[in-house]
Write a protein that binds this ligand. Structure first.
Ligand code: F6R
Length: 611
Protein backbone atom coordinates (compact mmCIF):
# COMPACT_ATOMS: atom_id res chain seq x y z
CA UNK A 1 0.00 0.00 0.00
CA UNK A 2 1.13 3.53 -0.75
CA UNK A 3 2.95 4.30 -3.95
CA UNK A 4 6.32 6.02 -4.06
CA UNK A 5 8.07 7.67 -7.01
CA UNK A 6 11.37 9.47 -7.41
CA UNK A 7 13.45 11.01 -10.17
CA UNK A 8 16.87 12.61 -10.42
CA UNK A 9 18.43 13.64 -13.72
CA UNK A 10 18.39 16.28 -16.44
CA UNK A 11 14.64 16.11 -17.17
CA UNK A 12 11.93 18.03 -15.36
CA UNK A 13 11.14 15.91 -12.29
CA UNK A 14 7.56 17.02 -11.62
CA UNK A 15 5.86 15.61 -14.76
CA UNK A 16 7.66 12.28 -14.27
CA UNK A 17 6.72 12.10 -10.59
CA UNK A 18 3.08 13.10 -11.12
CA UNK A 19 2.58 10.69 -14.05
CA UNK A 20 4.22 7.96 -11.99
CA UNK A 21 1.88 8.66 -9.09
CA UNK A 22 -1.15 8.33 -11.37
CA UNK A 23 0.10 4.89 -12.39
CA UNK A 24 0.69 3.90 -8.78
CA UNK A 25 -2.60 5.25 -7.49
CA UNK A 26 -3.95 1.69 -7.37
CA UNK A 27 -1.72 1.25 -4.30
CA UNK A 28 -3.63 3.84 -2.28
CA UNK A 29 -5.56 7.00 -2.96
CA UNK A 30 -6.17 8.77 0.35
CA UNK A 31 -3.74 11.63 -0.23
CA UNK A 32 -0.93 12.71 -2.56
CA UNK A 33 2.21 14.78 -2.25
CA UNK A 34 5.46 15.75 -3.93
CA UNK A 35 8.77 17.24 -2.78
CA UNK A 36 10.85 19.12 -5.35
CA UNK A 37 14.40 20.38 -5.01
CA UNK A 38 15.05 23.67 -6.73
CA UNK A 39 16.66 26.50 -4.79
CA UNK A 40 15.50 24.87 -1.62
CA UNK A 41 12.89 22.30 -0.75
CA UNK A 42 9.31 22.70 -1.97
CA UNK A 43 6.61 20.37 -0.68
CA UNK A 44 3.03 20.24 -1.99
CA UNK A 45 0.54 17.79 -0.58
CA UNK A 46 -3.16 17.29 -0.35
CA UNK A 47 -5.87 14.93 0.83
CA UNK A 48 -7.47 13.11 -2.09
CA UNK A 49 -6.37 11.81 -5.45
CA UNK A 50 -3.40 12.77 -7.60
CA UNK A 51 -5.69 14.86 -9.82
CA UNK A 52 -6.74 16.94 -6.77
CA UNK A 53 -3.12 17.77 -5.98
CA UNK A 54 -2.37 18.55 -9.60
CA UNK A 55 -5.24 21.00 -9.77
CA UNK A 56 -4.37 22.66 -6.48
CA UNK A 57 -0.79 23.50 -7.53
CA UNK A 58 -1.53 24.77 -11.03
CA UNK A 59 0.55 27.87 -11.67
CA UNK A 60 3.15 27.17 -8.96
CA UNK A 61 6.86 27.01 -9.75
CA UNK A 62 7.33 23.27 -10.17
CA UNK A 63 10.69 23.40 -11.90
CA UNK A 64 13.16 20.85 -10.45
CA UNK A 65 15.52 18.10 -11.59
CA UNK A 66 15.09 15.99 -8.46
CA UNK A 67 11.76 15.11 -6.94
CA UNK A 68 9.87 12.49 -4.95
CA UNK A 69 6.15 11.76 -4.74
CA UNK A 70 3.74 9.68 -2.69
CA UNK A 71 0.20 8.37 -2.94
CA UNK A 72 -1.09 7.21 0.42
CA UNK A 73 -3.21 4.43 1.86
CA UNK A 74 -3.68 5.69 5.40
CA UNK A 75 -2.39 3.62 8.32
CA UNK A 76 -1.37 6.03 11.11
CA UNK A 77 -3.64 9.06 11.10
CA UNK A 78 -6.72 9.78 9.00
CA UNK A 79 -6.43 10.97 5.39
CA UNK A 80 -5.72 14.71 5.63
CA UNK A 81 -3.44 17.37 4.16
CA UNK A 82 -1.26 17.24 7.29
CA UNK A 83 -0.90 13.48 7.38
CA UNK A 84 -0.12 13.38 3.64
CA UNK A 85 3.48 12.64 2.63
CA UNK A 86 6.14 13.99 2.08
CA UNK A 87 6.85 14.96 5.66
CA UNK A 88 9.38 17.66 6.40
CA UNK A 89 11.86 17.42 9.30
CA UNK A 90 11.99 19.90 12.16
CA UNK A 91 14.94 21.74 10.58
CA UNK A 92 12.94 22.09 7.37
CA UNK A 93 15.84 20.62 5.39
CA UNK A 94 14.79 16.99 4.91
CA UNK A 95 11.67 15.57 3.25
CA UNK A 96 10.68 11.93 3.31
CA UNK A 97 8.03 9.59 1.88
CA UNK A 98 7.34 6.14 3.26
CA UNK A 99 5.44 3.00 2.36
CA UNK A 100 4.99 0.59 5.27
CA UNK A 101 4.56 0.74 9.02
CA UNK A 102 7.14 1.62 11.67
CA UNK A 103 5.91 -0.66 14.45
CA UNK A 104 8.01 0.86 17.25
CA UNK A 105 7.20 4.45 16.29
CA UNK A 106 5.54 5.17 19.65
CA UNK A 107 8.78 4.39 21.50
CA UNK A 108 10.82 6.52 19.08
CA UNK A 109 8.29 9.33 19.35
CA UNK A 110 8.58 9.28 23.14
CA UNK A 111 12.37 9.52 22.95
CA UNK A 112 12.12 12.47 20.56
CA UNK A 113 9.39 14.21 22.56
CA UNK A 114 11.62 13.99 25.64
CA UNK A 115 14.26 15.82 23.63
CA UNK A 116 11.82 18.59 22.80
CA UNK A 117 10.59 17.51 19.37
CA UNK A 118 7.01 18.27 18.41
CA UNK A 119 5.07 16.72 15.56
CA UNK A 120 2.62 18.16 13.09
CA UNK A 121 1.10 14.91 11.88
CA UNK A 122 -0.04 11.68 13.49
CA UNK A 123 2.17 9.58 11.23
CA UNK A 124 4.92 7.10 12.01
CA UNK A 125 6.77 8.59 9.01
CA UNK A 126 7.30 11.99 10.60
CA UNK A 127 8.68 10.23 13.67
CA UNK A 128 11.21 8.23 11.65
CA UNK A 129 12.25 11.31 9.70
CA UNK A 130 12.97 13.32 12.85
CA UNK A 131 14.69 10.33 14.39
CA UNK A 132 17.05 10.33 11.39
CA UNK A 133 17.57 14.08 11.73
CA UNK A 134 18.30 13.75 15.43
CA UNK A 135 20.91 11.03 14.79
CA UNK A 136 22.56 13.18 12.13
CA UNK A 137 22.77 16.09 14.55
CA UNK A 138 23.80 14.06 17.56
CA UNK A 139 26.37 11.82 15.85
CA UNK A 140 27.67 14.63 13.63
CA UNK A 141 27.47 12.23 10.69
CA UNK A 142 26.23 12.48 7.12
CA UNK A 143 22.66 11.68 6.16
CA UNK A 144 23.49 8.27 4.73
CA UNK A 145 25.07 7.18 8.02
CA UNK A 146 22.17 8.63 10.02
CA UNK A 147 19.69 6.61 7.93
CA UNK A 148 21.69 3.44 8.50
CA UNK A 149 21.87 3.98 12.26
CA UNK A 150 18.16 4.84 12.43
CA UNK A 151 17.02 1.83 10.41
CA UNK A 152 18.88 -0.53 12.73
CA UNK A 153 16.57 0.71 15.51
CA UNK A 154 13.39 0.38 13.47
CA UNK A 155 11.03 -2.57 13.50
CA UNK A 156 8.35 -2.92 10.87
CA UNK A 157 8.26 -2.53 7.13
CA UNK A 158 9.38 0.36 5.02
CA UNK A 159 10.46 1.79 1.77
CA UNK A 160 11.66 5.33 2.33
CA UNK A 161 12.82 7.99 -0.10
CA UNK A 162 14.59 10.89 1.53
CA UNK A 163 15.84 14.19 0.08
CA UNK A 164 17.99 16.89 1.64
CA UNK A 165 17.88 20.48 0.48
CA UNK A 166 21.67 20.74 0.92
CA UNK A 167 22.24 17.88 -1.56
CA UNK A 168 19.66 18.64 -4.22
CA UNK A 169 20.69 15.95 -6.70
CA UNK A 170 20.61 13.00 -4.28
CA UNK A 171 17.81 10.68 -3.19
CA UNK A 172 18.49 8.23 -0.38
CA UNK A 173 16.28 5.15 -0.48
CA UNK A 174 16.01 2.07 1.70
CA UNK A 175 13.75 -0.93 1.89
CA UNK A 176 12.59 -3.67 4.16
CA UNK A 177 9.41 -5.55 3.35
CA UNK A 178 7.92 -3.11 0.82
CA UNK A 179 8.86 -3.03 -2.86
CA UNK A 180 11.39 -0.68 -4.46
CA UNK A 181 12.49 -0.63 -8.09
CA UNK A 182 15.21 1.66 -9.43
CA UNK A 183 15.27 2.41 -13.16
CA UNK A 184 18.69 3.07 -14.64
CA UNK A 185 18.75 5.64 -17.46
CA UNK A 186 21.53 7.57 -19.18
CA UNK A 187 22.60 10.13 -16.59
CA UNK A 188 19.33 9.73 -14.72
CA UNK A 189 17.59 7.42 -12.28
CA UNK A 190 13.96 6.65 -11.56
CA UNK A 191 12.51 5.13 -8.40
CA UNK A 192 9.13 3.48 -7.93
CA UNK A 193 7.05 1.00 -5.96
CA UNK A 194 6.88 -0.84 -9.26
CA UNK A 195 8.33 -0.22 -12.70
CA UNK A 196 5.30 1.58 -14.15
CA UNK A 197 6.58 5.16 -13.55
CA UNK A 198 9.71 4.50 -15.62
CA UNK A 199 8.38 2.35 -18.47
CA UNK A 200 8.79 4.92 -21.26
CA UNK A 201 12.29 5.93 -20.14
CA UNK A 202 14.22 2.74 -19.43
CA UNK A 203 13.95 -1.02 -19.50
CA UNK A 204 16.92 -1.51 -17.16
CA UNK A 205 15.91 -1.89 -13.54
CA UNK A 206 17.34 -2.91 -10.20
CA UNK A 207 15.06 -4.58 -7.65
CA UNK A 208 16.34 -3.41 -4.27
CA UNK A 209 16.43 -6.10 -1.57
CA UNK A 210 15.49 -5.92 2.10
CA UNK A 211 18.01 -4.15 4.34
CA UNK A 212 19.62 -2.41 1.37
CA UNK A 213 20.21 1.30 1.11
CA UNK A 214 20.55 3.15 -2.20
CA UNK A 215 22.26 6.47 -2.75
CA UNK A 216 20.85 7.69 -6.03
CA UNK A 217 22.27 10.55 -8.10
CA UNK A 218 21.78 11.33 -11.81
CA UNK A 219 24.91 9.46 -12.89
CA UNK A 220 25.49 7.22 -9.89
CA UNK A 221 23.68 4.41 -8.09
CA UNK A 222 25.40 3.16 -4.97
CA UNK A 223 23.85 0.18 -3.21
CA UNK A 224 24.93 -0.76 0.32
CA UNK A 225 23.78 -3.00 3.12
CA UNK A 226 23.07 -1.62 6.57
CA UNK A 227 26.62 -2.57 7.52
CA UNK A 228 27.89 0.05 5.01
CA UNK A 229 29.32 -2.58 2.62
CA UNK A 230 28.87 -1.91 -1.09
CA UNK A 231 26.70 -4.30 -3.13
CA UNK A 232 26.88 -4.55 -6.91
CA UNK A 233 23.46 -3.61 -8.31
CA UNK A 234 21.94 -6.46 -10.29
CA UNK A 235 20.40 -4.90 -13.40
CA UNK A 236 17.51 -6.80 -15.00
CA UNK A 237 15.64 -6.13 -18.25
CA UNK A 238 11.99 -5.17 -17.95
CA UNK A 239 9.61 -7.19 -20.04
CA UNK A 240 6.68 -4.74 -20.03
CA UNK A 241 5.34 -2.18 -22.48
CA UNK A 242 3.47 1.07 -21.84
CA UNK A 243 0.31 -0.39 -23.41
CA UNK A 244 0.10 -2.79 -20.48
CA UNK A 245 -0.70 0.07 -18.12
CA UNK A 246 -3.16 1.93 -20.36
CA UNK A 247 -6.90 1.34 -20.59
CA UNK A 248 -6.80 0.57 -24.30
CA UNK A 249 -10.27 1.96 -25.07
CA UNK A 250 -12.06 0.33 -22.11
CA UNK A 251 -13.92 2.47 -19.57
CA UNK A 252 -12.05 0.90 -16.68
CA UNK A 253 -8.96 -1.22 -16.07
CA UNK A 254 -11.17 -3.84 -14.43
CA UNK A 255 -13.20 -4.32 -17.61
CA UNK A 256 -10.06 -4.36 -19.74
CA UNK A 257 -8.54 -6.98 -17.47
CA UNK A 258 -11.68 -9.15 -17.53
CA UNK A 259 -11.64 -9.02 -21.33
CA UNK A 260 -7.93 -9.77 -21.48
CA UNK A 261 -8.46 -13.21 -19.96
CA UNK A 262 -8.51 -15.21 -23.20
CA UNK A 263 -5.01 -13.93 -23.92
CA UNK A 264 -3.69 -13.93 -20.33
CA UNK A 265 -4.77 -17.55 -19.80
CA UNK A 266 -3.24 -18.39 -23.17
CA UNK A 267 0.02 -16.69 -22.10
CA UNK A 268 -0.02 -18.68 -18.89
CA UNK A 269 -0.39 -21.99 -20.75
CA UNK A 270 1.96 -21.05 -23.60
CA UNK A 271 5.28 -22.85 -23.59
CA UNK A 272 4.11 -25.08 -20.74
CA UNK A 273 1.15 -27.07 -21.97
CA UNK A 274 1.47 -29.30 -25.02
CA UNK A 275 -1.78 -31.20 -25.20
CA UNK A 276 -0.80 -33.14 -28.33
CA UNK A 277 2.45 -34.37 -26.85
CA UNK A 278 0.76 -34.87 -23.49
CA UNK A 279 3.32 -32.78 -21.61
CA UNK A 280 3.41 -29.94 -19.14
CA UNK A 281 6.74 -28.16 -18.78
CA UNK A 282 7.19 -26.30 -15.51
CA UNK A 283 10.73 -26.13 -14.24
CA UNK A 284 9.60 -24.99 -10.80
CA UNK A 285 7.70 -28.25 -10.35
CA UNK A 286 10.29 -30.39 -12.12
CA UNK A 287 13.07 -29.12 -9.84
CA UNK A 288 11.03 -30.09 -6.80
CA UNK A 289 9.23 -33.13 -8.16
CA UNK A 290 10.67 -35.60 -5.66
CA UNK A 291 9.52 -33.34 -2.81
CA UNK A 292 6.05 -33.04 -4.33
CA UNK A 293 5.76 -36.80 -4.87
CA UNK A 294 6.68 -37.54 -1.29
CA UNK A 295 4.94 -34.57 0.31
CA UNK A 296 2.83 -35.78 3.26
CA UNK A 297 0.83 -32.55 3.02
CA UNK A 298 0.54 -29.35 1.05
CA UNK A 299 -0.35 -26.14 2.87
CA UNK A 300 -1.60 -23.29 0.69
CA UNK A 301 -1.23 -19.79 2.11
CA UNK A 302 -2.73 -16.67 0.57
CA UNK A 303 -5.15 -13.80 1.15
CA UNK A 304 -8.38 -12.65 -0.49
CA UNK A 305 -8.93 -13.72 -4.06
CA UNK A 306 -5.66 -15.65 -4.08
CA UNK A 307 -6.96 -17.60 -1.09
CA UNK A 308 -10.03 -18.53 -3.15
CA UNK A 309 -7.74 -19.85 -5.89
CA UNK A 310 -6.08 -21.91 -3.15
CA UNK A 311 -9.45 -23.39 -2.17
CA UNK A 312 -10.13 -24.48 -5.75
CA UNK A 313 -6.65 -26.03 -5.79
CA UNK A 314 -7.42 -27.95 -2.60
CA UNK A 315 -10.22 -29.77 -4.42
CA UNK A 316 -8.09 -30.35 -7.53
CA UNK A 317 -4.90 -31.51 -5.81
CA UNK A 318 -6.69 -33.83 -3.41
CA UNK A 319 -8.68 -35.32 -6.28
CA UNK A 320 -5.83 -35.74 -8.74
CA UNK A 321 -2.73 -36.15 -6.57
CA UNK A 322 -4.18 -37.71 -3.43
CA UNK A 323 -2.13 -35.37 -1.24
CA UNK A 324 -3.91 -33.81 1.75
CA UNK A 325 -4.18 -30.05 1.32
CA UNK A 326 -4.90 -27.31 3.85
CA UNK A 327 -5.69 -23.79 2.79
CA UNK A 328 -4.79 -21.08 5.26
CA UNK A 329 -5.31 -17.35 5.47
CA UNK A 330 -1.75 -16.02 5.64
CA UNK A 331 -2.82 -13.50 8.27
CA UNK A 332 -3.93 -16.29 10.62
CA UNK A 333 -1.17 -18.73 9.77
CA UNK A 334 1.59 -16.26 10.68
CA UNK A 335 0.28 -15.72 14.20
CA UNK A 336 -0.60 -19.33 14.99
CA UNK A 337 1.87 -21.94 16.00
CA UNK A 338 1.25 -24.12 12.95
CA UNK A 339 2.45 -27.69 12.79
CA UNK A 340 4.77 -28.06 9.82
CA UNK A 341 6.19 -31.51 9.35
CA UNK A 342 9.27 -32.61 7.47
CA UNK A 343 8.51 -32.70 3.77
CA UNK A 344 5.43 -30.48 3.91
CA UNK A 345 5.24 -28.12 0.97
CA UNK A 346 3.90 -24.60 1.23
CA UNK A 347 2.26 -23.16 -1.88
CA UNK A 348 2.09 -19.37 -1.51
CA UNK A 349 -0.27 -17.63 -3.93
CA UNK A 350 -0.14 -13.89 -4.56
CA UNK A 351 -0.87 -11.58 -7.46
CA UNK A 352 1.35 -8.75 -6.21
CA UNK A 353 3.98 -10.91 -4.58
CA UNK A 354 4.16 -8.23 -1.89
CA UNK A 355 1.26 -9.01 0.47
CA UNK A 356 2.74 -8.48 3.93
CA UNK A 357 0.88 -11.29 5.67
CA UNK A 358 1.76 -13.83 2.97
CA UNK A 359 5.41 -12.74 3.05
CA UNK A 360 5.72 -13.16 6.80
CA UNK A 361 3.85 -16.47 6.73
CA UNK A 362 6.35 -17.75 4.17
CA UNK A 363 9.27 -16.60 6.28
CA UNK A 364 7.79 -18.39 9.26
CA UNK A 365 7.24 -21.63 7.34
CA UNK A 366 10.74 -21.41 5.89
CA UNK A 367 12.23 -21.12 9.36
CA UNK A 368 10.52 -24.41 10.16
CA UNK A 369 12.09 -26.10 7.15
CA UNK A 370 9.17 -26.06 4.71
CA UNK A 371 9.75 -25.84 0.98
CA UNK A 372 8.06 -22.79 -0.53
CA UNK A 373 6.49 -22.94 -3.97
CA UNK A 374 5.36 -19.47 -5.05
CA UNK A 375 2.58 -18.78 -7.53
CA UNK A 376 2.98 -15.11 -8.25
CA UNK A 377 2.03 -12.63 -10.97
CA UNK A 378 4.50 -9.79 -10.48
CA UNK A 379 7.89 -10.85 -11.78
CA UNK A 380 10.77 -10.21 -9.38
CA UNK A 381 8.43 -9.47 -6.45
CA UNK A 382 9.37 -10.31 -2.87
CA UNK A 383 7.37 -13.55 -2.66
CA UNK A 384 8.80 -14.74 -5.97
CA UNK A 385 12.29 -14.13 -4.67
CA UNK A 386 11.66 -15.71 -1.29
CA UNK A 387 10.29 -18.95 -2.76
CA UNK A 388 12.41 -22.05 -3.33
CA UNK A 389 10.64 -22.63 -6.62
CA UNK A 390 7.47 -21.61 -8.32
CA UNK A 391 5.59 -20.53 -11.39
CA UNK A 392 4.56 -17.12 -12.63
CA UNK A 393 0.95 -16.62 -13.73
CA UNK A 394 1.99 -14.32 -16.63
CA UNK A 395 -1.28 -12.37 -16.47
CA UNK A 396 0.49 -9.06 -17.11
CA UNK A 397 0.12 -6.01 -14.93
CA UNK A 398 -3.18 -5.97 -13.05
CA UNK A 399 -4.19 -2.40 -12.22
CA UNK A 400 -7.89 -2.62 -11.28
CA UNK A 401 -7.97 -3.04 -7.52
CA UNK A 402 -10.21 -6.11 -7.80
CA UNK A 403 -8.26 -9.13 -8.92
CA UNK A 404 -9.66 -10.76 -12.08
CA UNK A 405 -7.18 -11.96 -14.69
CA UNK A 406 -4.63 -12.84 -12.00
CA UNK A 407 -7.22 -15.21 -10.48
CA UNK A 408 -7.80 -17.19 -13.67
CA UNK A 409 -4.02 -17.26 -14.15
CA UNK A 410 -3.64 -18.72 -10.67
CA UNK A 411 -6.27 -21.37 -11.44
CA UNK A 412 -4.51 -22.28 -14.70
CA UNK A 413 -1.12 -22.61 -12.99
CA UNK A 414 -2.53 -24.60 -10.07
CA UNK A 415 -4.32 -26.98 -12.44
CA UNK A 416 -1.11 -27.57 -14.38
CA UNK A 417 0.86 -28.11 -11.17
CA UNK A 418 -1.71 -30.67 -9.98
CA UNK A 419 -1.76 -32.48 -13.31
CA UNK A 420 2.01 -32.65 -13.42
CA UNK A 421 2.34 -34.03 -9.90
CA UNK A 422 -0.52 -36.49 -10.47
CA UNK A 423 1.13 -37.82 -13.61
CA UNK A 424 4.49 -38.23 -11.88
CA UNK A 425 2.85 -39.90 -8.88
CA UNK A 426 0.72 -42.14 -11.04
CA UNK A 427 -2.49 -41.02 -9.36
CA UNK A 428 -4.24 -40.10 -12.61
CA UNK A 429 -5.14 -42.36 -15.53
CA UNK A 430 -3.53 -41.56 -18.87
CA UNK A 431 -6.95 -41.00 -20.41
CA UNK A 432 -8.09 -38.50 -17.78
CA UNK A 433 -4.74 -36.73 -17.91
CA UNK A 434 -4.89 -36.37 -21.69
CA UNK A 435 -8.51 -35.21 -21.57
CA UNK A 436 -7.77 -32.56 -18.98
CA UNK A 437 -4.83 -31.29 -21.03
CA UNK A 438 -7.13 -30.87 -24.02
CA UNK A 439 -9.73 -29.19 -21.84
CA UNK A 440 -7.14 -26.78 -20.44
CA UNK A 441 -5.95 -25.93 -23.91
CA UNK A 442 -9.51 -24.96 -24.88
CA UNK A 443 -10.06 -22.57 -21.95
CA UNK A 444 -8.96 -19.33 -23.70
CA UNK A 445 -11.35 -20.02 -26.60
CA UNK A 446 -14.23 -20.79 -24.23
CA UNK A 447 -13.57 -17.64 -22.22
CA UNK A 448 -13.58 -15.65 -25.43
CA UNK A 449 -16.93 -17.20 -26.39
CA UNK A 450 -18.62 -16.44 -23.09
CA UNK A 451 -17.30 -12.86 -23.04
CA UNK A 452 -19.21 -12.25 -26.28
CA UNK A 453 -22.38 -12.41 -24.16
CA UNK A 454 -21.16 -9.95 -21.53
CA UNK A 455 -24.09 -7.68 -22.31
CA UNK A 456 -26.51 -10.26 -20.91
CA UNK A 457 -24.75 -9.93 -17.56
CA UNK A 458 -24.95 -6.15 -17.79
CA UNK A 459 -28.74 -6.40 -18.07
CA UNK A 460 -28.89 -8.76 -15.09
CA UNK A 461 -26.70 -6.39 -13.09
CA UNK A 462 -28.93 -3.43 -13.87
CA UNK A 463 -32.00 -5.42 -12.79
CA UNK A 464 -30.54 -6.27 -9.36
CA UNK A 465 -28.37 -3.22 -8.68
CA UNK A 466 -30.60 -1.90 -5.88
CA UNK A 467 -30.36 -5.09 -3.84
CA UNK A 468 -29.09 -4.54 -0.31
CA UNK A 469 -27.69 -8.06 0.11
CA UNK A 470 -26.86 -11.05 -2.05
CA UNK A 471 -26.09 -14.70 -1.44
CA UNK A 472 -23.67 -16.69 -3.59
CA UNK A 473 -23.92 -20.48 -3.48
CA UNK A 474 -21.92 -23.26 -5.10
CA UNK A 475 -20.82 -26.82 -4.48
CA UNK A 476 -17.52 -28.64 -4.94
CA UNK A 477 -15.16 -26.87 -7.31
CA UNK A 478 -17.68 -24.05 -7.62
CA UNK A 479 -17.96 -23.39 -3.88
CA UNK A 480 -14.79 -21.21 -3.84
CA UNK A 481 -16.15 -19.47 -6.94
CA UNK A 482 -19.25 -18.54 -4.94
CA UNK A 483 -16.96 -17.06 -2.27
CA UNK A 484 -15.05 -15.17 -4.94
CA UNK A 485 -18.28 -13.86 -6.53
CA UNK A 486 -19.42 -12.53 -3.14
CA UNK A 487 -16.05 -10.87 -2.47
CA UNK A 488 -16.06 -9.18 -5.88
CA UNK A 489 -19.58 -7.87 -5.39
CA UNK A 490 -18.78 -6.46 -1.93
CA UNK A 491 -15.65 -4.63 -2.97
CA UNK A 492 -16.87 -3.29 -6.31
CA UNK A 493 -20.53 -2.44 -5.68
CA UNK A 494 -20.58 -2.12 -1.85
CA UNK A 495 -23.54 -4.54 -1.78
CA UNK A 496 -23.28 -6.85 1.21
CA UNK A 497 -22.78 -10.37 -0.08
CA UNK A 498 -22.04 -13.77 1.43
CA UNK A 499 -20.68 -16.88 -0.21
CA UNK A 500 -21.63 -20.31 1.09
CA UNK A 501 -21.48 -23.95 0.11
CA UNK A 502 -24.99 -24.49 -1.29
CA UNK A 503 -25.72 -27.35 1.09
CA UNK A 504 -24.72 -25.26 4.09
CA UNK A 505 -27.47 -22.78 3.29
CA UNK A 506 -30.01 -24.79 5.30
CA UNK A 507 -27.90 -24.33 8.42
CA UNK A 508 -28.55 -20.63 8.72
CA UNK A 509 -28.37 -18.38 5.65
CA UNK A 510 -31.72 -19.61 4.34
CA UNK A 511 -33.30 -17.43 7.03
CA UNK A 512 -32.30 -14.42 4.91
CA UNK A 513 -34.23 -15.56 1.86
CA UNK A 514 -37.23 -13.50 0.86
CA UNK A 515 -38.54 -11.93 -2.34
CA UNK A 516 -35.89 -9.18 -2.14
CA UNK A 517 -32.80 -11.37 -1.89
CA UNK A 518 -30.93 -12.25 -5.08
CA UNK A 519 -29.29 -15.65 -4.73
CA UNK A 520 -26.54 -16.37 -7.24
CA UNK A 521 -26.05 -20.08 -7.92
CA UNK A 522 -22.84 -21.25 -9.55
CA UNK A 523 -24.46 -24.34 -11.01
CA UNK A 524 -22.45 -25.61 -13.97
CA UNK A 525 -22.88 -29.26 -15.00
CA UNK A 526 -20.76 -31.38 -12.64
CA UNK A 527 -21.10 -34.30 -10.28
CA UNK A 528 -23.12 -32.15 -7.85
CA UNK A 529 -25.59 -30.91 -10.42
CA UNK A 530 -28.71 -32.70 -9.17
CA UNK A 531 -28.00 -31.57 -5.65
CA UNK A 532 -27.62 -27.94 -6.59
CA UNK A 533 -30.84 -28.08 -8.63
CA UNK A 534 -32.58 -29.13 -5.40
CA UNK A 535 -30.98 -26.18 -3.61
CA UNK A 536 -32.31 -23.82 -6.29
CA UNK A 537 -35.77 -25.27 -5.76
CA UNK A 538 -35.48 -24.69 -2.03
CA UNK A 539 -34.74 -21.00 -2.65
CA UNK A 540 -37.57 -20.66 -5.16
CA UNK A 541 -39.98 -22.26 -2.67
CA UNK A 542 -39.14 -19.34 -0.35
CA UNK A 543 -39.62 -16.71 -3.07
CA UNK A 544 -35.91 -15.87 -3.40
CA UNK A 545 -34.71 -14.49 -6.74
CA UNK A 546 -32.31 -16.85 -8.45
CA UNK A 547 -29.54 -15.86 -10.83
CA UNK A 548 -27.82 -18.98 -12.14
CA UNK A 549 -24.53 -19.56 -13.90
CA UNK A 550 -25.28 -22.72 -15.86
CA UNK A 551 -23.76 -24.83 -18.60
CA UNK A 552 -24.91 -24.36 -22.19
CA UNK A 553 -27.49 -27.03 -23.00
CA UNK A 554 -28.77 -27.30 -19.39
CA UNK A 555 -32.52 -27.75 -19.71
CA UNK A 556 -33.46 -27.83 -16.03
CA UNK A 557 -32.05 -24.63 -14.62
CA UNK A 558 -33.67 -22.18 -17.10
CA UNK A 559 -37.07 -23.45 -15.93
CA UNK A 560 -36.23 -22.63 -12.31
CA UNK A 561 -34.04 -19.54 -12.24
CA UNK A 562 -35.18 -15.95 -12.76
CA UNK A 563 -32.08 -15.19 -14.80
CA UNK A 564 -29.49 -17.50 -16.31
CA UNK A 565 -26.08 -16.90 -17.83
CA UNK A 566 -24.62 -19.80 -19.77
CA UNK A 567 -20.97 -20.80 -19.95
CA UNK A 568 -19.51 -23.39 -22.36
CA UNK A 569 -19.38 -27.02 -21.17
CA UNK A 570 -16.17 -28.07 -19.42
CA UNK A 571 -14.84 -30.75 -17.10
CA UNK A 572 -15.69 -29.89 -13.49
CA UNK A 573 -12.00 -29.32 -12.70
CA UNK A 574 -11.75 -26.74 -15.47
CA UNK A 575 -15.20 -25.16 -14.97
CA UNK A 576 -14.15 -22.62 -12.25
CA UNK A 577 -11.99 -20.81 -14.83
CA UNK A 578 -15.20 -20.18 -16.79
CA UNK A 579 -17.82 -19.78 -14.07
CA UNK A 580 -15.86 -17.05 -12.25
CA UNK A 581 -15.95 -14.72 -15.25
CA UNK A 582 -19.70 -13.90 -15.32
CA UNK A 583 -19.38 -13.14 -11.60
CA UNK A 584 -16.53 -10.71 -12.27
CA UNK A 585 -18.73 -9.05 -14.88
CA UNK A 586 -21.74 -9.01 -12.55
CA UNK A 587 -19.84 -7.11 -9.86
CA UNK A 588 -18.28 -4.79 -12.44
CA UNK A 589 -21.60 -3.84 -14.05
CA UNK A 590 -23.36 -3.51 -10.68
CA UNK A 591 -20.55 -1.23 -9.46
CA UNK A 592 -20.80 0.90 -12.60
CA UNK A 593 -24.60 1.02 -12.36
CA UNK A 594 -24.27 2.27 -8.78
CA UNK A 595 -21.69 4.89 -9.72
CA UNK A 596 -18.79 3.31 -7.80
CA UNK A 597 -15.23 4.05 -8.93
CA UNK A 598 -14.69 0.37 -9.75
CA UNK A 599 -10.96 0.64 -10.33
CA UNK A 600 -10.44 2.31 -6.98
CA UNK A 601 -13.21 1.29 -4.59
CA UNK A 602 -13.22 3.00 -1.20
CA UNK A 603 -10.80 1.96 1.55
CA UNK A 604 -8.99 -0.59 -0.60
CA UNK A 605 -5.55 -0.75 -2.15
CA UNK A 606 -4.16 -3.15 -4.66
CA UNK A 607 -1.07 -4.24 -2.86
CA UNK A 608 -1.54 -4.86 0.85
CA UNK A 609 1.96 -4.32 2.15
CA UNK A 610 0.88 -3.71 5.73
CA UNK A 611 -0.57 -6.39 7.96
C1 F6R B 1 -9.78 -8.94 -4.26
C2 F6R B 1 -8.36 -8.73 -4.13
C3 F6R B 1 -7.70 -9.03 -2.84
C4 F6R B 1 -6.34 -9.72 -3.09
C5 F6R B 1 -5.60 -9.90 -1.76
C6 F6R B 1 -4.31 -10.66 -1.94
O1 F6R B 1 -10.24 -8.61 -5.52
O2 F6R B 1 -7.72 -8.28 -5.06
O3 F6R B 1 -8.50 -9.79 -2.03
O4 F6R B 1 -6.57 -10.94 -3.70
O5 F6R B 1 -5.33 -8.64 -1.21
O6 F6R B 1 -3.43 -9.99 -2.78
P1 F6R B 1 -2.24 -10.73 -3.50
O7 F6R B 1 -2.81 -11.74 -4.41
O8 F6R B 1 -1.52 -9.64 -4.22
O9 F6R B 1 -1.41 -11.36 -2.43
Amino acid sequence: MCGIVGYTGPKEAYPIVITGLKRLEYRGYDSTGVALLNNGLKVYKKKGRVADLEESILGKDLHAHTGIGHTRWATHGEPSDTNAHPHVSTSGKLAMIHNGIIENYAQLKKELTNKGYTFKSETDTEVLLNFIEEIRKNNQCDLEEAVRVALKRVSGAYVILLVDEDNPDTIIAARKGSPLVIGVGKGEHFLGSDASPMLEYTKEVVYVNDYELAIVRPDELILKNLGNEKITPFVTKLDMELAAIEKGGYDHFMLKEIFEQPSTIHDCLRGRLDALAGTITMSGVENNIEHFKKAPRIIIIACGTSWHAGLVAEYIIEELCRIPVEVEYASEFRYRNPVINKGDIIIAISQSGETADTLVAIEKAKEQGAIIFGIVNVVGSSIARLSNGGAYTHAGMEIGVASTKAFTGQLAVLTMVALKIAREKGTISEERYRNLLLELQDVPEKVEALLKNADEIRLIAEKYKDAKDALFLGRGYNFPIALEGALKLKEISYIHAEGYPAAEMKHGPIALVDENLPVVFVATKDSYHEKIVSNIQEIKARKGMVIAIATEGDETIPGLADDVFFVPPADEIIAPMLSCIPLQLLSYYMGVAKGVDVDKPRNLAKSVTVE
